[in-house]
Design a binder for this molecule. Structure first.
Ligand SMILES: [Zn+2]
Length: 589
């Protein structure tokens, strides 16, 4: 790989890799060190953000310079930041190195460079400011050099098929795979994890294991069917060689590296992490991207089978035992309000409690009065205790969509802010915390929450997927939820669409002919519990005390139904918590 980077005939190098491949981590560092020493010229180094750029410069580059006499005599240790504090700059005889974040339009402008190193490119923003694709910008900056002088090196683990920049670049390259010899028959083959791999056409064999019994893991030779286990791996890797799938591509070398051929990890560990990740689509994606170094195929990722949801319905009325706190989400339509109440327990296990459609225009006060009446209901818990709104375990946070009839929504929540009624605004973003921010709307003089709808929908679909089991990260539905309800709940699919800027991006899209109010109300419930952010363990222990007290009093005073329900609120009102970072919550399997 290093040979390709220093070879003049190769103008571009693309490395699509798993996160831990050992040795390749330093591929960019080593190449930069080599050029500063042997063939200096202007260098551009791009990292996803400013902070990564700074960290790399401080931790990796400075250490390399310090430990390498040939470099420490050449590179000035002084770091000069430009006025806008966006660029790090290092000078050396015959050249200069700029280290920038991928979102810095200024960093890509006004510079002539000979060699560009772009690290972790799948974590880049779609565009450097308004300037466009970073790889193209880097190419443009090198145009004053001849083919044999310039060099562009791109390294990253991939993300989603169709969005991944590193995969797009890899497919333009000569597409090299690492072929290793069988220790018995010496047949060369490339190792893939499973026949689901996008590179399955290159290999007829894959890693074998029994998910019920992990006492053995081996790779079956595709030629002689020998069982090659971990103890053969190092010999195979040492005897391996790169083979080009597209030898006709001459100026662009591309390498694919999976953890299967890393001397620094073992196959059993890879299998274990795959089995753990399999239960959750998002974790599976991370596993495929970061361990196998392959893109994740989105179309297969969130297909929730309605029948499986109908089949998993349970028998329960009112509020089941596990519920410790209630939330509500309200969707506003021109002719009605739709409200859904969910109950939440330890580890965010959650239960559908009730749904109410209130017919009437949001322009009319009576419609909101009716909602108020509904949300003031008391609920009977399976233990017999009564859940009252605004008591410790009652209905404690309500999120109302402000996308339609905003003025009326704000007027309604404003008078109930102390009860944690929020107007919510949806925003895009798959990697954001569920509550992006809580803000104050000056016009309506009311608080509102900015909610990462994409991230929440992804979590919901994860919790609905067939692989989940009751417990951690599970949503329960009672038998009274019908087909129409689940139709609405699964009314959106995650797809890749071209944004107006022309860049492909991931979106949740409504399926043709479907309604999605149930899904929206569910999203607002997830926002509500994220805003509330209760300590479920504490609630559980308080709850157990109350149940015990009730049983005691039932023995002594059989007529008193409930002990005091006016317990302290579960959390201070969010107004006092302004500025605090809402991390959302995270179900780890
Ligand atoms: Zn063999």
């Amino acid at each position: 790989m290093m040979d390709c980077i220093t070879e003049e005939a190769i103008e571009e190098v693309t490395v699509m890799k798993s996160v831990r491949t050992g040795g390749t981590q330093a591929v960019i560092d080593n190449a930069i060190g080599y050029f500063i020493h042997q063939d200096p010229g202007p260098i551009l180094v791009v990292h996803p953000g400013k902070s990564e750029a700074r960290d790399w410069s401080k931790d990796h580059f400075d250490n390399m310079v310090r430990d390498t006499p040939a470099l420490s005599s050449r590179v000035s240790s002084e770091k000069i930041k430009d006025r806008r504090n966006e660029i790090l700059r290092k000078q050396f005889p015959g050249g200069v190195m700029y280290v920038i974040g991928s979102n810095s339009a200024a960093g890509f402008r006004q510079k002539t460079i000979q060699r560009a190193f772009l690290d972790d490119i799948d974590a880049y923003d779609f565009s450097a400011g308004e300037e466009g694709d970073q790889i193209q910008l880097a190419r443009n900056r090198t145009l004053s050099y001849t083919d044999f002088q310039r060099k562009i090196v791109k390294v990253s683990s991939p993300t989603i098929r169709g969005i991944s920049k590193i995969e797009r670049e890899y497919f333009k390259s000569d597409q090299r795979h690492y072929y290793v010899p069988c220790t018995r028959c010496a047949h060369f083959q490339t190792l893939i994890f499973s026949n689901d791999s996008q590179f399955a056409e290159l290999a007829s064999s894959f890693l074998r294991f029994d998910s019920e019994n992990l006492s053995w893991v081996y790779y079956e030779c595709e030629n002689c069917h020998a069982k090659l286990d971990e103890s053969h791996k190092l010999r195979m890797i040492r005897g391996g060689r790169w083979k080009k799938l597209k030898p006709e591509v001459t100026h662009h070398a591309g390498f694919h590296l999976s953890e299967l051929i890393s001397p620094f990890s073992n196959w059993l560990e890879i299998v274990k992490s795959f089995l753990a990740a399999k239960r959750n689509r998002e974790e599976l994606r991370v596993c495929v991207n970061q361990r196998f170094g392959e893109t994740f195929v989105e179309s297969k990722s969130y297909e929730i089978d309605e029948d499986s949801l109908l089949a998993r319905r349970e028998k329960y009325v009112n509020v089941p035992e596990g519920v410790l706190v209630l939330t509500a989400g309200v969707d506003v339509q021109p002719d009605r309000l739709e409200a859904i109440i969910y109950g939440w327990g330890v580890n965010h296990e959650c239960w559908f409690i009730d749904r109410r459609i209130i017919i009437g225009s949001p322009e009319r006060n009576t419609t909101w009065d009716e909602l108020d009446e509904y949300l003031s209901n008391e609920w009977t818990h399976e233990s017999g205790l009564i859940l009252r709104p605004w008591a410790a375990n009652g209905l404690n946070c309500v999120c109302v969509d402000s996308g339609f009839s905003a003025e009326n929504v704000y007027r309604y929540v404003k008078r109930r802010q102390m009860k944690r009624y929020f107007a919510v605004k949806g925003d895009e973003g798959f990697k954001k915390p569920f509550i992006i921010d809580t803000k104050y709307d000056k016009k309506y003089r009311a608080r509102f929450a900015v909610v990462a709808v994409d991230a929440i929908k992804t979590r919901i679909m994860d919790m609905l997927s067939a692989d989940t089991k009751p417990g951690f990260g599970y949503i329960h539905y009672p038998e009274r939820c019908n087909e129409e309800f689940f139709n609405q709940l699964t009314s959106e699919k995650r797809v890749i669409r071209k944004a107006t800027s022309g860049h492909p991006k991931l979106v949740w899209e409504l399926k043709d002919g479907f309604r999605n109010e149930v899904l929206d109300c569910t999203v607002y419930n997830f926002a509500a519990v994220a805003l509330l952010n209760p300590s479920f363990e504490k609630l559980r222990s308080k709850w157990n005390d109350r149940v015990a007290a009730k049983e005691m009093s039932a023995q002594t005073q059989p007529h008193e139904q409930v002990s005091s329900d006016r317990a302290a609120p579960v959390a201070p009102p969010p107004a006092r918590r302004r500025g605090r970072q809402h991390s959302g919550w995270n179900v780890k399997v």
